[in-house]
Design a protein around this ligand. Structure first.
Ligand code: ADP
Ligand code: MG
Length: 247
């Protein structure tokens, strides 16, 4: 069953259509990779799924509930309930620099979910252990490497217990050796059956971890299929050219 359904999604920025009739769905426990050239609309698409941007036509349905329909987002209360099912990880980590690692993790559960401090602290400890950063709980982000920061950002998103994790080029700001440790954490999440939508330039990750792959170009899905279809047997010339450039 699809946990995410995107129907004819569109968005225009100052007369320019940056998303055009984008339609796809993601099954529960699936990993979808979104690939495509810079400027093709990948971030706009992902951000519109949690209302960091507003799509202006089409529909978004999460776990059966409309987040947007006919280009209009639902009421604030419904939106809060639906977007809470998704956690997002950004290219530039977006940690709070004035909070320790542990404080970064407990902030949202404490204020958004009003969870008890003892409970959130315990869960933060468990998740930091999961991403290999238990020792860093009381340090400030500035002391961490980029790879460690991104692993904190993943743990922080997991604190809210999301059903779907969205990643927007989570390793693009990292050196290759730090990229690997972040991809490893993402692979483990996939193995644990987390539903994931991953915008990435890491073709090996898309090829070996994703169940499905979408190729976005100039705001349009130019090709979609299994990882095997896209990488072994791409049909569109533009996909072929993109994959060739990305090697
Ligand atoms: P990608 O993530 O694939 O690199 P983006 O979603 O960031 O692509 O951008 C898609 C297009 O939308 C680009 O042409 C970009 O210049 C444009 N765009 C993105 N954000 C804005 C904005 N806030 N205002 C105007 N244009 C934007
Ligand atoms: Mg982007």
């Amino acid at each position: 069953m699809a946990i995410m359904e995107i129907m004819e999604l569109g968005k225009t920025y100052n007369e320019t259509k940056v998303l055009k009739n984008v339609t796809f769905s993601v099954g529960k426990n699936e990993v979808l990779a979104i690939i495509g050239p810079s400027g093709s609309g990948k971030s706009t698409l992902l951000r519109s799924l949690i209302h960091l941007e507003e799509a202006d036509s089409g529909a978004i349905r999460i776990d059966g509930a409309y987040l947007a329909k006919d280009g209009k987002y639902v009421s604030a209360a419904a939106m809060k309930r639906i977007t809470a099912k998704m956690g997002m990880v950004f290219q530039h980590f977006n940690l709070f620099p004035n909070l320790t690692v542990s404080e970064n993790l407990v902030l949202a559960p404490k204020y958004v979910k009003k969870e008890a401090k003892s409970l959130t602290k315990k869960r933060a400890g468990e998740l930091l252990k999961k991403v290999g950063l238990a020792k860093w709980a009381d340090h400030y982000p500035a002391k961490l490497s980029g790879g460690q920061k991104q692993r904190v950002a993943i743990a922080r998103a997991l604190m809210m217990d999301p059903d779907i994790m969205l990643f927007d080029e989570p390793t693009s700001a990292l050196d290759p050796e730090l990229t690997a440790e972040v991809l490893q954490v993402m692979k483990e999440l996939a193995k644990e059956s987390m539903t994931m939508v991953v915008v990435t330039h890491e073709m090996d990750f898309a090829r070996h971890v994703a169940d499905h792959v979408i190729v976005l170009d100039q705001g349009k899905i130019i090709e979609s299929g299994t990882a095997n279809d896209i990488f072994e047997n791409p049909r569109s010339e533009r996909t072929k050219a993109f994959l060739h450039r990305s090697r």
